[in-house]
Design a protein around this ligand. Structure first.
Ligand code: ASP
Ligand code: MG
Length: 426
């Protein structure tokens, strides 16, 4: 069994859908993949925008119409005959979305309502892909993954109930896959009482890894618009190189530091079951890409990772007392309670500094909670750079001309925080 994951760029328009059909046609007849798909193009962002308007009680009809038209026009291109069942399926998804939006209430839980709206992107794209592949003679089974990927009710970051999920998937999927490939959604899951959850932005890679893990798949392939796993994001850095193969641990660390090519939670389940992860270009399916697996290799070329929109928070004791474990405990408690992840931290005699994503609401909540105990300073928006497997030339090149606010290094990793310079690519 194999799992394929197609991200937003690989379903962004009709041409992209046709290309997926081409890639699937390259498989042998007996190879029936599970295909995990993201929302089309930038649909998730558009849904997020629409939801935020609805939550503020503002008019959202314009962005909603844009989302509808975007899907509609691509469907018209893929199904020119006009009376295909996909039209009805699409209409059902849209009227259910409109209903959900009408029920959005500002005074009710933002995160819970968010998930009910934002999850529609993957339902739409998977329905279209299912119908399109069938229309090309590629018979397949559309699966609502919310009945399989079980999570708790941590909205926007559902925690997977691995036991339930594995039971569901291993009980039902093999017999379906005997007869036909499965098309399903990335990014979304469901609670046992039938609510929809999401797994965190860019979470479709993780969904694919969940399916691969539960099916003990032979491999997972993530199809991307880059030729494989590169040592930096080519949109942000010049002269990137592709790794041919790298070990799971390297990939986990790169993802952790913010390499956006793979969602951070993706590699761990695969590593547990030694399932190789291929990262390949959907434009050049014949090219080797990168394989992440249980391999041994010498130190690899430095990789460069940038996390943008960061906030540096510094907590100073009010009485010039030393930072104690007690202080650290209340800081960590507040960060965890308001779900702010620590991207870097450092302490000195009387202060503790941490770099977190500049999420205004969450940062404000932490500041309010700790205002009595500490003098809190903060700086934003900042850039957090990481060089994994750094050497002197790479370090000098990247730090050149930047105002460094904080830096940290271990034997393999060098990180620093600076003000944005805007001179991309680096
Ligand atoms: N569509 C979701 C997002 O944009 C999930 C994904 O693409 O991985 O975050
Ligand atoms: Mg993605």
């Amino acid at each position: 069994m194999i799992v394929y994951k197609f991200g937003g760029a690989s379903v962004k328009d009709a041409v992209a859908f046709r290309n997926i059909f081409h890639i699937l046609s390259l498989l042998q007849d007996q190879e029936k993949p599970v295909v995990v798909v993201s929302a089309m193009g930038k649909t998730t962002n558009a849904l997020e925008h629409t939801f935020k308007l609805a939550h503020q009680g503002l008019s959202y009809s314009e962005p909603l119409l844009e989302i509808q038209q975007y899907h509609q026009s691509n469907v018209q291109n893929l199904f020119p005959s006009g009376n295909h069942p996909v039209y009805k399926a699409l209409q059902e998804q849209f009227s259910s979305l409109e209903n959900t939006l009408q029920q959005v209430r500002p005074q009710e839980d933002f995160d819970q309502q968010y998930d009910q709206v934002i999850s529609v992107g993957e339902l739409l794209s998977s329905v279209i892909l299912h119908h399109f592949l069938s229309s090309q003679g590629y018979q397949n089974h559309w699966l609502d993954c919310r009945e399989y990927v079980r999570t708790d009710a941590t909205w926007r970051e559902g925690r997977v109930d691995w036991e339930r999920t594995e039971n569901q998937i291993s009980q039902h999927l093999p017999s379906i896959l005997e007869n036909s490939p499965v098309i399903t959604q990335g990014f979304i899951g469901g609670t046992t009482d039938g609510s929809t959850t999401t797994l965190g932005r860019e979470g479709s890679d993780f969904s694919a890894a969940i399916f691969a893990y539960c099916l003990q798949a032979a491999s997972l392939t993530i199809w991307k618009d880059v030729p494989g796993l590169l040592n930096a994001d080519p949109k942000l850095f010049k002269d990137t190189i592709r790794y041919e193969e790298i070990a799971y641990q390297e990939a986990i660390e790169m993802a952790y530091y913010g390499a956006s090519v793979i969602h951070p939670k993706t590699v761990q389940p695969l590593a547990k079951r030694c399932i190789p992860l291929h990262v390949k270009s959907f434009l050049h399916p014949d090219k080797p890409g990168t394989v992440i697996w249980n391999c041994q290799h010498d130190r690899i070329a430095p990789s460069f990772i940038l996390k943008q929109n960061q906030c540096l928070l510094s907590f100073h004791t009010k009485d010039f007392g030393f930072i104690s474990e007690q202080h650290l405990s209340s800081i960590f408690q507040a960060l965890s309670q308001h779900r702010l992840k620590i991207n870097l931290m450092q302490n000195s005699a009387i202060s503790f500094s941490t770099c977190v994503d500049a999420d205004k609401t969450r940062v404000e909540a932490v500041r309010a909670q700790l205002a009595d105990e500490f003098v809190i300073l903060y700086n934003e928006p900042l850039h957090l750079f990481t060089i994994k497997n750094y050497d002197q030339p790479s370090l000098e090149k990247l730090t050149h001309g930047k105002e460094i606010l904080l830096e940290q290094r271990s034997r393999q990793t060098y990180q620093f925080i600076c003000r944005p310079t805007g001179d991309f690519p680096h």
